[in-house]
Write a protein that binds this ligand. Structure first.
Ligand code: AMP
Length: 471
């Protein structure tokens, strides 16, 4: 099951639930369907999860009931049909080692395969989540301690995972050897904190100290922090470059770089690659603000606020039902006629996925009197679906998988359209070979079919929407 999520963990801090709540609040952009926190006071575990935003799921009363100084939390987003409480995380089970809970960000490409094998042997699954597969593997492990049991389980799964596990006396954080998704480590007085993005630390005034490395597992108890490299990091790594383009917040540090800085570089590079004469640069707020600023700074064309975003609705794409999307776009953005009327505008957006948002925005901007619309996109053409934790639709639904640049320009009815080149994008990050760019190139770092045959690495099938491959 494809999931985009935010995870959080904290060890050794009184009021761990309240701190987790704040952390999850800052990670809200990573998932808006459900939220949950599980805590431990060393004797019992306390759980609350529900559908909705963090602010809707928790009340003061509920947080008070989540006792203890150790906690993990999760914000979840997933694709159509799977939006049910049973799939909300963190997910807790009782097994031979007692209670264990997991909060997972990522997508296991061999989850269906592993699950089918276990079901054949009589295992019963309660949810449709990949995370439950990990817990089953842990419960089945014959290793003698919990760290080894988790490592044993992780060695059997393929795909992306940045996960935190909660036990009565500890939080264990692990990241897959490819490093697809971020997982940051922080320090709050004497407590250890884990979070998908560092913006969750800022709200707590915790200090960012680094990241769980690809292939590393970190064990944090009240008085001990230990780390084990359970697998060689892949070479090259496959950090998700889309975290910089769209997914992470600009005030976060992920993969060791400031998202804001990378986004500005993307904007500057886009302007160098595809300049155009116009009166102003506008962004599609909020996700492309920083890219648009970079573009404006490089080109010397003023940045203006031509679109106002209503902040009280969730992100359009985040709503799983297609039907809800059209309605969302209209209530989400409103053009500023006084800024746009009679002007030649450069519209900067971070990405075009299906093309439906941009089609409507262009019509909106024309309606507000823009005389020319030049579209500049901060990602290359998205031609392939993601199987590693970003929710992109099937390859066939991606506008760039079916149409040429000129056909897309024609469909969107804009004067000009340009995307940043893949090389240009890569030049905006350090260690440029260590990123997964499969959604732009189709060059998947892991192939589901190969994995199911017990092989590693793509055998040249090119991935795509093949049966059993991440769908
Ligand atoms: P679309 O209408 O499908 O072309 O959606 C494009 C818009 O969705 C862009 O403006 C992006 O800001 C946003 N977007 C891109 N990828 C994602 C994602 N994985 N989740 C949520 N929103 C996204």
């Amino acid at each position: 099951m494809k999931e985009e999520c935010g995870v959080f963990g904290i060890v050794g801090s009184g009021g761990a639930a309240a701190l987790s709540y704040l952390g999850l609040y800052s990670l809200q952009h990573r998932g808006q369907e459900s939220s949950g926190i599980i805590t431990s006071d060393g004797e019992s575990m306390y759980e609350h999860k529900a559908m909705g935003l963090v602010s809707e799921v928790f009340t003061e009363e509920i947080l008070k009931g989540l006792k203890g100084d150790i906690a993990i939390g999760h914000n979840r987003y997933s694709t159509t049909g799977m939006s049910r409480l049973v799939n909300a995380q963190p997910f807790m089970v009782n097994c031979k080692i007692g209670k264990i809970a997991i909060a997972h960000n990522g997508n296991l490409i061999n989850a269906a395969f592993l699950r089918a094998g276990m079901e054949k042997k009589g295992s019963i699954f309660r949810s449709g989540m990949d995370s439950e597969v990990i817990l089953h593997l842990i419960a089945k492990s014959r290793k003698k301690n919990i760290t080894e049991m988790i490592i044993d389980a992780l060695r059997q799964v393929e795909g992306s995972y940045s996960a935190v596990f909660l036990l009565e006396d500890r939080v264990i954080a692990a990241r897959d050897p490819h490093g697809f998704r971020p997982l940051c480590i922080g320090k709050l007085d004497d407590s250890v904190v884990f979070a998908s993005e560092s913006c969750a630390f800022d709200i707590l005034e915790a200090e960012y100290t680094g990241e769980v490395a690809p292939g590393e597992i970190c064990i944090a108890t009240r008085d001990r922090f230990e780390s084990i490299q359970f697998s060689e990091p892949a070479d090259p790594l496959s950090k998700c470059i889309f975290e910089y383009i769209y997914f992470s917040r600009p005030d976060s540090r992920v993969f060791g770089e400031n998202v804001d800085k990378v986004r500005r570089k993307i904007g500057r590079r886009l302007s160098q690659e595809s300049p155009v004469d116009a009166d102003m640069v506008i962004s599609v707020p909020d996700s492309s603000n920083t890219i648009a600023l970079g573009y404006a700074n490089q080109s010397g064309i003023p940045f203006e606020l031509g679109l106002i975003r209503n902040h009280y609705v969730g992100r359009t794409f985040i709503q799983p039902e297609q039907a809800a999307r059209d309605w969302d776009i209209r209530i989400k953005f409103n053009p500023v006629r006084g800024v746009l009327e009679g002007r030649r505008i450069i519209v900067v957006d971070d990405s075009i996925v299906r093309g439906s948002t941009m089609k409507k925005l262009v019509a909106m901007l024309r309606g507000a009197g823009a005389s020319e619309i030049h579209l500049r996109i901060g990602s290359p053409l998205i031609t392939h679906s993601c199987y590693f934790g970003i929710d992109t639709p099937t390859t066939g639904e991606l506008i760039a998988s079916r149409y040429s640049l000129e056909e897309i320009r024609d469909f969107l009815e804009v004067e000009s359209l340009a995307y940043i080149s893949l090389e240009g994008l890569r030049s905006c990050v350090k260690e440029r070979e260590d990123y997964c760019v499969a959604c732009f190139s189709g060059d998947y770092p892991l192939c589901g079919e190969a994995v199911e045959r017990g092989e590693r690495g793509c055998q040249g099938c090119g991935g795509g929407n093949r049966s059993g491959f991440g769908e």
